[in-house]
Write a protein that binds this ligand. Structure first.
Ligand code: FDA
Ligand code: NAD
Length: 426
């Protein structure tokens, strides 16, 4: 049993949705494109799962956040795919790939062949077991990657209202989930090994602003330690979290956000890998010329930084998807992907944006006791990264523009004094 398509996308998340949109914009014909996804629903904006989806009042639910609403474009419902002759094969895992023969084998036993393959398989959460701790399967231990995880998290939260939640990990999932837990009236304690939250991006000064804000909302922090084991009751539910520093935290539920691993296993030994992802060139093309990779799974040359990076953020998923499709459908007209990294988060009433690279010396600016502040990163004399909390649309656009221009910075003191005004003046 088998079917053949010109274009096949394996994976049905954010980047798959934006790729489909771009294929249609560029005139894909009926029956040429197929998306195979393990998830049972059409591509959606994954960031909603740790934000609107977890709200106690009027939570976001599908179909409201199918791609591409996250960038204020049309919403691609299952009907949209049908109308454009795109085959959506949902709830179906691809279990093996043969890039030499240009075929995929699905878990239902179907062989699907392609002329061009786009790998959009995203990533999976790291499990506690990979750190030597058992308990991921307990009914009140939650991870958060897909819709079924989010539904489970909502159910567990609702069943523990007023109780104690322990959040393991001080990254994006930890921060966004801790905020949601408090909003849902649980007592949240965050536990992570670093000296401050968001260690991959925040400086100590930035982190302390968010930690103080979180504390004012009732979140507790236990830093510089990791969990070593859980206590379970006779139903197999976690009742307490044991930490390496010897302390024990009582827990009605646990949320884990300790990082991800890209889903590359289908292609190990077949495509060149780098930085844990599928290595691609500036056209998002892998070491096999018929195979492209986009989103979390792709390690691509970030021109402005001069390095290959794998980015785990929605903006790069959307733009790398559009670029790959352009490169496939109009190769002569499509240049190298020239991407400015963009990360953001929204929690409680806070909202920040970051552009570029957090390398080099840091200059903080603005009012850290108020609502608007930020930081610039200066590497080898040039502005390479900008962070802003509480900015206006115009200010965010300005820091993006300034970071893209990479201006030379001679006087760090003057930059600090000008703050966001510097970006507005560039
Ligand atoms: P994504 O994970 O979206 O999609 C991968 C798809 O491939 C899934 O549908 C999966 O089931 C499927 N798949 C995998 N293996 C398969 C196989 N063998 N066969 C078939 N299908 C397979 N970023 C940001 O910038 N701002 C934000 O606020 C957030 N918020 C956020 C919240 C939460 C809860 C998460 C988990 C992540 C974010 N992110 C984010 C990160 C952002 O969502 C992420 O970078 C993109 O979803 C990546 O898009 P991809 O398409 O690469 O993977
Ligand atoms: P992360 O990489 O942001 O953070 C991982 C955290 O795990 C680290 O900060 C560290 O505190 C913690 N950690 C590592 N080992 C640990 C251990 N043994 N015990 C306890 N803590 C440990 O990853 P995440 O928060 O799991 O997020 C998963 C993915 O989802 C990432 O790709 C992230 O970019 C994405 N995401 C992004 C956003 C956003 O951009 N706003 C929001 C949610 C999720």
């Amino acid at each position: 049993m088998g079917r053949a398509f010109v274009y096949v996308i394996v994976g049905g998340g954010v980047s798959a949705g934006y790729a489909a949109h771009e294929f249609v914009k560029r005139g894909v014909s009926i029956g040429e494109l197929c998306i195979i996804s393990e998830e049972p629903v059409a591509p959606y904006e994954r960031p909603a799962l740790s934000k609107g989806y977890l709200l106690p009042e009027a939570p976001a639910r599908l179909p409201s956040f199918h791609c591409c609403v996250g960038s204020n474009e049309e919403r691609l419902t299952p009907k949209w795919y049908k109308e454009h002759g795109i085959e959506l094969i949902l709830g179906t895992r691809v279990k093996s790939a043969d890039v030499r023969r240009k075929t995929l084998l699905t878990a239902t036993g179907e062989t699907i062949s392609y002329k061009y393959l786009i790998v959009a398989t995203g990533a999976r959460p790291l499990k506690l077991e990979e750190f030597g701790v058992n308990g991921s399967d307990a009914a009140n231990v939650c991870y958060l990657r897909d819709l079924s995880d989010a539904d489970r998290l909502v159910d567990v939260m609702q069943s523990c209202s007023g109780g104690d939640a322990v959040v393991i990990g001080g990254g994006y999932i930890g921060m966004e989930c801790a905020a949601s837990l408090v909003i849902n009236k649980l007592n949240a304690t965050m536990v992570f090994p670093e000296a401050h939250c968001m260690g991959r991006l925040f400086t100590t000064k930035i982190a302390s602003y968010y930690e103080e804000f979180y504390k004012s909302k009732g979140v507790k922090f236990i830093k510089g330690t990791v969990l070593t084991s859980f206590d379970f009751n006779s139903d197999g539910k976690v009742t307490a979290v044991n930490l390496k520093d010897g302390s024990k935290l009582s827990a009605d539920m646990v949320v884990i956000g300790i990082g991800i691993r890209p889903n590359t296993s289908l292609f190990e030994g077949q495509l060149t890998m780098e930085k844990g992802g599928i290595k691609v060139n500036g056209k998002m093309q892998s070491s096999n010329t018929s195979v492209y990779a986009i989103g979390d799974v792709a390690s691509f040359p970030v021109k402005i930084i001069g390095e290959t990076r794998r980015l785990e953020h929605v903006d790069s998923a959307r733009k790398s998807a559009r670029h790959a499709v352009a490169a496939i459908m109009e190769p002569e007209k499509t240049g190298e992907f020239d991407y400015l990294p963009f990360f953001y988060s929204r929690v409680f009433t806070l909202s920040w944006q970051f552009y570029g690279d957090n390398a080099g010396e840091v200059v903080h600016f603005g009012d850290f006791s108020g609502n608007t502040f930020g930081a610039y990163w200066i590497n080898k004399g040039y502005l390479v990264g900008s962070f802003l909390e509480g900015g206006t649309k115009e200010q965010y656009e300005a820091i993006a523009r300034a970071t893209r221009l990479k201006p030379m910075i001679e006087d760090l003191g003057e930059l600090e004094r000008q703050g966001v005004g510097f970006a507005l003046s560039v």
